[in-house]
Design a binder for this molecule. Structure first.
Ligand code: MRU
Length: 329
């Protein structure tokens, strides 16, 4: 059974978020009643993962309606919550024409959520076709990150169901540990054989021939195929390239930013340094020691073997393939 990151109680006017900061130890549901509260929940990572942030922001606009917040201000607060994943901005752009009616806003938010499910079912099917043997993944891209079936993890789960993938290496994903806390949890629930590794172990496994493919999610992709994803993705891509291991990015086409020709213009979120110096509140560095926390990095398209989308797997030249898939040429 999928554990979804949210549910909406229409009667009470409450959007419930599963607090992902507390998983896997505790399953705590947080009620959100305003767009302002939603922006704060996104900023503080109660809900995270690009598609899940998009759906949450859409329902944030529903909450604005219900709680009588000024839609302009609600939209501004939600846009300012996290900068990198383009899904947030796509969702808010889609909601804008519906601001005038509660029913319209609600319908559009549900439509967005349904699309996440439909596109991810297709991404999972297409992704499963290119995965074999032992697969390595980074961060968390399962239902918890999306509200649907997952992107990269959706493909892994489907490939396992078909008997194609037999084992998954799960990067712990420092510093926020989305791999250790969330991907491990989702794989365990799904009964997929998997092993947790620290991020710096991937090269060792690749050199020993224990990784057949790498697949990751995407927070924002440029039109040439360069893409931002969780910090550490770039290093993995370079390693996979060096070892001749296929490297895939899985995403809904709505995660492509048609305004960007290359990855250079992708805004990279910088999060509090305490997320590096502390592990769930426990200090792991000398007090006051400087730390730096870029939350995402950009992987150049030349390291990609293929891009898994709801319309199939795209191959180089990615610029042409993406434009065609987006109906831009
Ligand atoms: O900081 P997070 O946890 O929101 O980052 C999530 C990721 O980087 C995922 O890989 C990405 O959102 C794709 S999710 C399908």
């Amino acid at each position: 059974m999928r554990l979804l990151p949210f549910r909406f109680d229409r009667e009470e006017g409450v959007f419930w978020l599963l607090d992902q900061r507390r998983l896997p130890q505790e399953e705590v549901w947080v009620p959100v009643r305003t767009a302002k509260g939603m922006a704060e929940a996104i900023r503080t990572m109660v809900v995270r993962g690009a598609p899940a942030i998009g759906v949450s922001a859409a329902f944030g606009m529903v909450l604005a309606h219900l709680s009588g917040e000024d839609p302009e201000e609600a939209d501004r607060l939600l846009r300012a919550s996290r900068p990198t994943a383009v899904n947030l901005f796509h969702a808010l752009d889609r909601l804008r024409p519906h601001w005038g009616s509660l029913e319209g806003t609600l319908e559009e938010a549900y439509a967005l959520w349904r699309e996440v499910e439909e596109t991810e079912a297709a991404i999972s099917r297409h992704g499963a076709e290119v995965l074999r043997g032992q697969v390595l993944t980074h961060c968390n891209t399962g239902p918890l990150a999306t509200g649907g079936y997952g992107t990269a993890l959706g493909a892994i789960l489907e490939a396992h169901r078909r008997g194609l993938v037999r084992h998954v290496w799960v990067d712990e994903t420092r510093p926020y540990l989305q791999g250790a806390r969330l991907t491990a949890f989702e794989l365990m629930k799904a009964g997929v054989p998997a092993t947790l590794i620290a991020d710096n172990m991937a090269g060792f496994l690749m050199a020993r021939g224990q990784v057949d493919a790498v697949i990751v999610g995407v927070d924002r992709m440029a039109l040439n195929g360069d893409f931002a994803n969780k910090i550490g993705t770039y290093a993995l891509a370079v390693l996979a390239h060096h070892h001749g291991i296929p490297f895939y990015a899985a995403l809904p086409l709505s995660s492509v930013d048609p305004k960007l020709e290359s990855g250079e213009g992708i805004p990279i979120e910088e999060r509090p340094p305490e997320e590096v110096t502390h592990l769930r509140g426990l200090p792991i560095a000398p007090e006051g020691f400087p730390a730096y926390h870029p939350a995402f990095d950009v992987t150049p398209h030349r390291y990609l073997t293929g891009i898994v989308t709801e319309k199939g797997v795209l191959y180089p030249p990615f610029g042409e393939a993406l434009r065609r898939a987006l109906g831009l040429s």
